[in-house]
Design a binder for this molecule. Structure first.
Ligand code: ATP
Length: 254
């Protein structure tokens, strides 16, 4: 299977210095749902930020849809991101002054694309938001706000959607709804989703879990169950010591 996102020998060193990513090589196959897990400080958010072009790695390369994101200058990187990448954040990142529909339309406007009203209506209807389209985010529940964020990520038809703790601020029921929605983004909309999460139950919605420890890959788990994920997390310290941490593919084929 083709990798939509490919990270090669990714390193990120922050001032301090702090080595947040220490040579990560991993691919995320087209049409897959991958969860990225690991202890606090293991580099999950850094990986997502570098993979998405929100931050630059210190060394290594990022490819999205076969194009090297890391080779682009800042302006080209922003353009690239707007065309090819969708985001869902823990705190929704919706603009409070805009309606639901205007929020969903925003990525297309920023990318200079003429929004297709039919496509926007279609996504809003599919996500159960049609009757809220003229409301502002403040009048919505957390689960509904996250659905708006997923609609916004989908509407530009990105190559990949990155989600950083998308259920972190939600109650159990809303979290389940949002995870089911991300699952259907992959199964029904044929998109690729990469999600950082702390929650083994959330990770069990993914096809594969990739584990990070101390900025290195510490193995992966296919067809994860919450119990298996929790078990692996508990033993991450042992796993990272071996050469297995050097490279992996979320699809199993490096
Ligand atoms: N802007 C920054 N400047 C300096 N150090 C940073 C910066 N951002 C992250 N770090 C450090 O890099 C390491 C990895 O951080 P990162 O946020 O990627 O981990 P994480 O696995 O997402 O953690 P958490 O689960 O707590 O969100 C940590 O040691 C963190 O303190």
């Amino acid at each position: 299977m083709t990798d939509v996102v490919r990270l090669e020998s990714l390193r990120k060193i922050y001032e301090g210095p702090v080595t947040a990513l220490d040579g990560v090589t991993v691919g995320f196959p087209a049409g897959s749902f991958t969860a990225v897990m690991g202890p606090s400080g293991s580099g999950k958010s850094t990986l997502l930020q570098c993979a998405a072009g929100l931050d630059r790695p210190t060394a290594g390369r990022v490819f999205i849809d076969g194009a090297e994101l890391t080779a682009a200058g800042d302006t080209a990187m922003t353009k690239f991101r707007r065309r090819r990448v969708g985001f869902v954040f823990q705190d929704y990142n919706l603009l409070p002054a805009l309606t639901v529909e205007q929020n969903v339309r925003l990525p297309l406007r920023l990318a200079g694309r003429r929004p297709d009203p039919g496509a926007i209506s279609g996504v809003l209807t599919q996500l159960g938001l049609a009757d809220r389209r003229h409301d502002r985010p403040e009048s919505l529940s957390g689960g509904q706000r996250q659905r708006v964020a997923v609609a916004r990520a989908l509407v530009a038809e990105p190559a990949v959607i990155f989600a950083d703790e998308p259920t972190g601020a939600l109650d159990l029921r809303s979290a389940r709804e949002v995870l089911t929605l991300l699952r259907s983004v992959v199964d029904d909309h044929r998109r690729t989703v990469v999600m950082v999460t702390h929650d083994p139950v959330a990770a069990a919605y993914a096809d594969t879990v990739v584990f990070l420890a101390d900025g290195r890959l510490a193995g992966s788990l296919r067809a994860p169950t919450a119990e298996a994920v929790a078990g692996r997390l508990a033993h991450l310290g042992d796993l990272v010591a071996g050469p297995a941490g050097a490279a992996a593919s979320a699809g199993g084929a490096a």
